[in-house]
Ligand binder design. Structure first.
Ligand code: NAD
Length: 258
């Protein structure tokens, strides 16, 4: 399917690896120029080189922490920004009793305040030009409590609620804001959860991985490219009538009827 966004400019935060990278790849594959970002300069440059080579599009690499206002300004400096994919690392697994005030503020900063600040930077340009697509990578933890991920749930639910009203305000200018909620995807974050669980339970990592996959209705983790494809669709011209929505991608793990 032609997504109708060839030549559009996309900014994808935290995209040197994992789900963010998969979104950047899918958008580059649809012909978008992409601005990518990550904290590790070398990894980011390697990702940029792969994207240029594979898709033949303009790729700008901005290294740095997306929580840093100067990094955010640099990310949106390549204008006009037609598509924004908000992403940042999630909080580490922790018992909520052990979270300090500082930890809680850091989680809110990464997963709520930072994406809102980026929306503030790009939204007026999008409404003026009559085209904009914003996709926020949140988490299945918005819908259901997950042990140790209470801060992820709280910060991302805050983002979701904050932007729900904004989405309705800008819908008339062909600007959409949607959230993608990953369940268990096969990324470095997943690998680090497997290592932590193996250490805690004394099992080996292969066994933990097999057990975690077997516990999914789909009997596997999601592939990052499946996630990227959904992101590119939400960013496409075809998705102009979809806004303020939360698309759960979890292979059936959340057992809701509706
Ligand atoms: P990942 O750790 O595999 O990759 C994250 C990438 O973002 C890395 O390249 C990292 O360097 C970069 N990054 C992290 N924090 C950053 C920051 N502050 N500024 C700039 N770059 C930053 O993670 P992932 O699995 O791709 O997850 C992406 C998001 O989705 C995270 O918020 C995660 O909590 C959430 N999530 C992931 C899963 C999953 O199964 N993978 C499930 C639910 C939620």
């Amino acid at each position: 399917m032609d997504l109708g966004i060839s030549g559009r400019q996309a900014v994808v935060c935290a995209s040197s690896r994992g789900l963010g990278r998969a979104c950047a790849e899918a958008l580059a594959g649809a012909g978008c120029s992409v601005v990518i970002n990550g904290r590790d300069h070398e990894v980011l440059e390697r990702t940029a080189a792969v994207l240029r080579d594979r898709y033949g599009v303009d790729v700008t690499a901005i290294s740095g922490d997306v929580r840093d206002a100067a990094v955010r300004e640099a990310l949106v400096a390549v204008k006009p920004v037609d598509i924004l994919v908000n992403n940042a690392g999630g909080p580490p697994l922790a018992d909520f009793r052990d979270l300090s005030g500082e930890d809680i503020h850091a989680g809110l900063d990464a997963n709520m305040v930072t994406p809102i600040a980026l929306v503030q930077l790009v939204i007026d340009g999008m409404t003026e030009r009559g085209f904009g697509r914003i996709v926020n990578i949140t988490s299945a933890s918005v819908l259901t409590g997950i042990a140790g991920l209470d801060l992820s749930s709280g910060a991302r639910a805050g983002l979701t609620a904050f932007l729900a009203g904004v989405a309705r305000k800008v819908a008339g200018d062909n600007v959409t804001i949607n959230n993608l909620l990953p369940g268990n995807f096969d990324t470095d974050r997943q690998a680090s959860i497997i290592v932590t669980t193996a250490e805690r339970t004394g099992k080996d990592t292969d066994q933990v991985r097999r057990e975690r996959e077997a516990a999914q209705p789909a009997k596997r983790f999601g592939h990052p490219d499946e996630f990227g494809a959904a992101c590119a669709f939400l960013a496409s011209t075809h998705a102009g009538f979809i806004t303020g929505q939360n698309l759960l991608m979890d292979g059936g793990a959340f057992p809701a009827n509706f």
